[in-house]
Design a protein around this ligand. Structure first.
Ligand SMILES: [Fe+2]
Length: 295
């Protein structure tokens, strides 16, 4: 459908990887992955060595959103499309590709400011997925989940993803700001049947961590509920209560990660039928729940 198959991975730099280890493994229930980068934390959801990779550093920030393509031909097409659009592209070095456990990839900054990578040929980890609670995540052709990123120029960014990378628009949320500030639209974009793999949130400027949230999908509501129990028992900041979204129908909650951005943990996400889908404008983000705590 698009040049991009799915969201492959999210790499973040973190000031406190120990806090992340506890949060990622014991609270959320990711399996321990493996990788070559010293002191990095690889959070595994499936046969990939890591879907969320937490790298030690001074300051919490998004290092890269990694988009997966089918093969080297698709990667070449993406590279040509970026070139034609005037976006500076840097091939991943052999060491960088090895660190990501992929055959090859490129790096660039997407319009709006998001550090991005496109890759093909992920190496698989065939060992049993030993999640701590026997929990399972929904990935496969739908990818790791979705990301919501702040963008400094929403029109530029919203023009880029469909035109250059072939993302399909999957509707908008009109933020009811009065003129001249509004209306402002948060844009959702898909690459497969998952309702959105990325959402673009207008922001006046990018401040670290420059990542709003990452969504991971559990197989069952009970797994979401148990994760919520662990979040509350651990005293983590619940950024939003449980609720059901109006666009992707996800039942989810949001918890503040040790990185200062939110992790959305959900289930029951909509599978979009492109044959009949038309991009909607939602006027509320949820049917029920999702009470936000901005403190
Ligand atoms: Fe989300």
């Amino acid at each position: 459908m698009t040049l991009i198959s799915s969201l492959g991975y999210v790499r973040v730099v973190a000031a406190d990887t120990d806090a992340w280890r506890k949060f990622g493994r014991e609270v959320i229930g990711f399996a321990a992955g493996t990788g070559p980068e010293p002191d990095a934390l690889y959070l595994r959801m499936d046969e990939r060595p890591g879907r969320i990779i937490v790298l030690p550093g001074e300051r919490d920030r998004l290092e890269a959103v990694g988009w997966e393509v089918r093969d080297h031909r698709a990667l070449q097409r993406v590279e040509s499309a970026l070139d034609a659009a005037g976006v500076a592209v840097k091939p991943l070095t052999a060491e960088e590709a090895e660190a990501r456990r992929v055959e090859a990839g490129i790096a660039f900054t997407a319009p709006g400011g998001t550090p991005s990578e496109v890759f093909h040929g992920p190496a698989l980890d065939h060992s049993p997925l030993a999640t701590p609670y026997g929990n399972r995540f929904v990935t496969g052709k739908l990818g790791a989940g979705h990301v919501v990123v702040p963008v400094t120029d929403i029109d530029d960014a919203y023009g880029f993803y469909p035109r250059v990378l072939g993302f399909v628009p999957r509707g908008a949320f009109r933020i009811p700001l009065p003129p001249p500030a509004g209306p402002v639209r948060l844009r959702f974009l898909g690459t497969n049947a998952r309702h959105h793999s990325i959402a673009l949130m207008p922001a006046p400027k990018l401040r670290p961590p420059a990542l709003v949230h990452v969504m991971v999908e559990c197989e069952t509501l009970d797994e979401v509920g148990r994760a919520l129990d662990r979040v509350l028992a651990g005293g983590y900041h619940l950024s939003s209560t449980l609720g059901r979204h109006t666009n992707d129908k996800m039942v989810s909650f949001y918890v503040r990660t040790p990185g200062g951005w939110d992790l959305e943990v959900g289930c029951d996400g909509l599978l979009v039928d492109e044959a009949s889908y038309t991009a909607e404008e939602i006027t509320a983000d949820s049917y029920w729940g999702h009470r936000w705590d901005w403190s």
